[in-house]
Design a protein around this ligand. Structure first.
Ligand code: NAP
Ligand code: MG
Length: 462
């Protein structure tokens, strides 16, 4: 057990204002592996003041120099790749291989993409008799979740720094260790004091203080819809800019001409990865009624193969929440064809890979975000029915379409109310805008679209 103290504020590790700590638990064995300070209103205030003080200097730093610091940060993350992976595995419970490829690999790619964008983006343009400057929004307050703990921090911090903003991050209480590691990498990359600050702490204390702080110009939040709605209202009420990345209930639509086995297998893998703790996971599989029984059989077999290959959920509360949804699915008449509510291990917050058949669109498990390894397979009669079901939730974050013909898949995808659609298994693209239609959120992350979130425009007329 390691007792960490200090929070990264104004370029140094400062002691916390209060005595409280957060225990970090390894969800695979339920042991306390570390403690970190539980930041208070005073710590948040110190961090926001540091970010404000650093803003004029960083905003005036030439983009090429900001790009060089981001490139150094990317190199630092590359050098710490193993340490990042081991840390995420310890505090989140993800299998080491996934931690290597995704939890370490994606933030490295995203940081690299913003090093490049900072160097190449047109921060100045001409229109008619005007010159338009794209200027940094100011001080960014970032509140992040535990599911992709480093990715969520980087998806906000890297574009903010590229834009010339300064940042205060409040990471999830379950995963503060990789956030501390990131702060060390920021320091080593030569990013000036106060440009990036880290306050570990509890959501309703440190998170709330950040959302309410008058020195924050933009609040960027990723997490649950309930919290996002609440703190979004606070920040909007203070006329701050707000970016929200909330939940999803994404549809994987398998049209009749598709390669059924491939679509089902990739679909199951998509849901089970990271133990289902992915906001963009395709948690609803939509299959034509003529292929339904075959698809259910394939999905059950694919899920059964996962067995021990997925890690536990992040904490006991999430496990209970997911079990509750599984029980609700059974109670509402869905048919369990793999997994179930029982825990497959004595220790650790595990839930078995679970597949439900005979799920109808109005069931709770077809409407609400479960955030666990649970797939619902739904039946549709024709394309219009599939579209109605796909669009029939409050969410619209991601999705997939599989068809024999790419043009057919694209035509369907264009009618989906959702921010991202993968066509016939298209790969994740760290440059593509990511974010939600409807209640999945406000704004976009990643790539050039993610950069513009952190910019505001000023036009000069000549
Ligand atoms: P959450 O409570 O919304 O947590 C997200 C972040 O917000 C964390 O840093 C959290 O701090 C902070 N927070 C919590 N209450 C706050 C408040 N009143 N003011 C300011 N910040 C606050 O999410 P969760 O409880 O960890 O997970 C619950 C559900 O949210 C999941 O089951 C899932 O459905 C959804 N979720 C979605 C995503 C996504 O990527 N869209 C990610 C995670 C969770 P603490 O860590 O201290 O709570
Ligand atoms: Mg929480």
């Amino acid at each position: 057990m390691k007792a960490h103290d200090g929070m990264y504020i104004d370029g140094a590790w400062r002691p916390a204002a209060g005595p409280d700590v957060i225990e970090v638990v390894n969800p695979a064995d339920e042991r306390v592996i570390a403690t970190v300070p539980a930041g208070t209103v005073e710590d948040v205030d110190a961090a926001v003041r540091a970010a404000r003080a650093a803003l004029p200097g960083w905003a005036a730093t030439p983009p090429a120099e900001r790009a060089a610091r981001l490139a150094a940060l990317r190199d630092g993350l590359v050098a710490r790749r193993d340490e990042i992976a081991e840390t995420v595995t310890a505090e989140l419970g993800s299998p080491l291989k996934l931690s290597q490829t995704v939890h370490a690999g994606v933030p490295i790619a995203v940081t690299g993409s913003y090093a490049e964008l900072a160097a190449t983006y047109a921060f100045e343009e001409r229109t008619g008799n005007s010159t338009v400057f794209h200027e940094p929004v100011g001080v960014v307050g970032a509140i992040t979740p535990w599911n992709y703990p480093l990715h969520q921090i980087v998806a906000k911090t890297a574009p903010a720094l590229a834009a010339g903003c300064t940042v205060v991050v409040k990471p999830a209480e379950d995963t503060p260790l990789v956030a501390r590691l990131f702060a060390r990498a920021v320091h080593e990359a030569g990013i000036p004091a106060g440009v990036f600050n880290l306050v570990t702490g509890l959501g309703p204390v440190a998170g709330q203080a950040l959302a309410e702080h008058p020195g924050v110009d933009l609040l960027s939040f990723t997490g649950s819809t309930a919290v996002g709605r609440r703190i979004g209202a606070i920040a909007t009420g203070m006329v701050k800019k707000v970016a929200l990345e909330l939940g999803g209930k994404s549809a994987n639509v398998i049209l009749p001409g598709a390669d059924l086995a491939r679509a089902v297998n990739v679909g199951v893998a998509n849901v089970m990865s990271n133990s289902g703790q992915t906001c963009s996971a395709w948690t609803r599989m939509l299959v034509h009624r003529d292929q339904y029984d075959e698809a259910v059989e394939l999905a059950a077999a694919a899920a059964a193969k996962y067995g021990d290959r997925i890690g536990p959920l992040v904490n006991a509360g999430q496990r209970e929440r997911v079990r509750g949804y599984i029980e609700k699915g059974v109670a509402e008449g869905a048919r369990l064809v793999a997994g179930g509510p029982d825990s497959p291990h004595e220790r650790g917050y595990h839930v078995s890979p679970t597949v439900f058949a005979d799920v109808t669109p109005e069931m709770t498990i077809a409407q609400e975000e479960i955030f666990g390894p649970v797939l619902s397979v739904l039946r549709y009669a024709d394309e219009e029915d599939a579209l109605r079901i796909a669009n029939g939730t409050v969410y619209g974050l991601a999705g997939a379409v599989w068809a024999g013909d790419e043009a057919e898949a694209v035509a369907f995808a264009r009618r989906m109310e959702t921010g991202q659609v993968d066509i016939n298994g298209g790969r994740f693209n760290p440059l593509a805008p990511f974010g939600g239609y409807k209640q999945s959120g406000v704004g976009r992350e990643l790539g050039a679209h993610g950069l513009t979130e952190y910019l505001q425009t000023k036009s000069l007329q000549f």
